[in-house]
Design a protein around this ligand. Structure first.
Ligand code: ADP
Length: 288
């Protein structure tokens, strides 16, 4: 009976049982792909995220979790300069990518986004054929050699090839939501990035499509470094090696609220033995 009275989404024992056994690797022996130092992001006058410092390790899946509005999307967008596209956004601090500051002089934001691809919450294929969607990035970059081979490889990597190989000329908008999202992953992979950022990639999908995306994340981490925003703690527990918990700090003088990084650790630790009370309250469902 106790089983039925607990909320599966928030039961820490269940969350802990989902965490991969590989969760003992804290990544310290791995190369840091990103070293984020004292990152603050403002939209106009108002700070969305303050003072975030953390590393993201190679071939790990790193999850960003926390209540709505704590700055998870703002943070992940800093990792490939997507916030540049928001006129009011101001980024302070440093985001080192393999040791180079992404916000330093002379860094080309387009090249940054080629190496650090992104997939969004809502699948956003272009109203073009399946083939042309995947070929889009390589064509923009002038990568003409063996374009068909490149498209096929990307579709294989995104676990979509078998479903679309006989209909590559059909409009991508005719695919199911889950297939569209895997197509967007293939589109990102076709330019051979180093990192894949995913902002709630499965939250608009049904459970079966969600599970396929999670399986795919497991496959892809052999070749890529992956960072994922998710509001679904079970998903973080299932896919992530490391988890960062963000929360909202409310200033006592009532002057405002902003996101902060509360705790960053191995996923198993975050869900079973967090160091900070705020993390514990969140993962056990007392808050959030
Ligand atoms: P989360 O992803 O955790 O829900 P967000 O990064 O979307 O959080 O938002 C953090 C804060 O920044 C919120 O207060 C939100 O209203 C604000 N914010 C996000 N995007 C913009 C934007 N484009 N312009 C102004 N404020 C924004």
């Amino acid at each position: 009976m106790a089983e039925e009275t607990t909320t599966p989404q928030l039961d820490p024992t269940r969350l802990a049982s989902l965490v991969e056994p590989a969760g003992t690797d804290d990544g310290r022996g791995r190369e840091a792909v990103f070293e984020i130092e004292d990152l603050t992001v403002r939209y106009g006058q108002s700070a969305a995220l303050v003072g975030v410092s953390m590393d993201v390790r190679k071939n790990f899946v790193t999850a960003f979790i926390g209540p709505s509005g704590c700055g998870k999307s703002t943070f992940i967008r800093c990792l490939n300069r997507m916030n540049d596209l928001i006129p009011s956004a101001v980024v302070e601090g440093h985001v080192l990518y393999h040791g180079t500051d992404l916000y330093g002089d002379g860094v080309d934001a387009v090249e940054v986004r080629r190496r650090i691809g992104m997939v969004f919450q809502k699948p956003n294929p272009f109203p073009k054929s399946i083939y042309d969607n995947v070929a889009f990035g390589p064509r923009v970059l002038g990568l003409k050699q063996d374009l068909s081979g490149r498209v096929e490889r990307a579709l294989h990597q995104a676990a979509l090839w078998d479903e679309v190989k006989d209909r590559l000329k059909e409009n991508a908008l005719g695919l199911s939501g889950g297939q569209q999202q895997r197509l967007c992953i293939a589109r990102a992979l076709a330019v051979e990035p180093d990192v894949l950022l995913m902002d709630e990639p499965a939250s608009a999908l049904d459970p079966i499509s969600t599970s396929r995306i999670e399986d795919l994340i497991h496959e892809l981490k052999r070749d890529y470094t992956i960072a994922i925003v998710t509001h679904n703690m079970q998903q973080a527990a299932r896919v992530a090696d490391m988890t960062a918990f963000f929360s909202v700090d409310v200033r006592e003088d009532g002057s405002g609220r902003h996101g902060v990084l509360v705790e960053y650790d191995r996923t198993s630790r975050i869900f079973t033995n967090p160091a900070d009370r705020r993390t514990e309250d969140y993962v056990t469902g007392r808050f959030g």
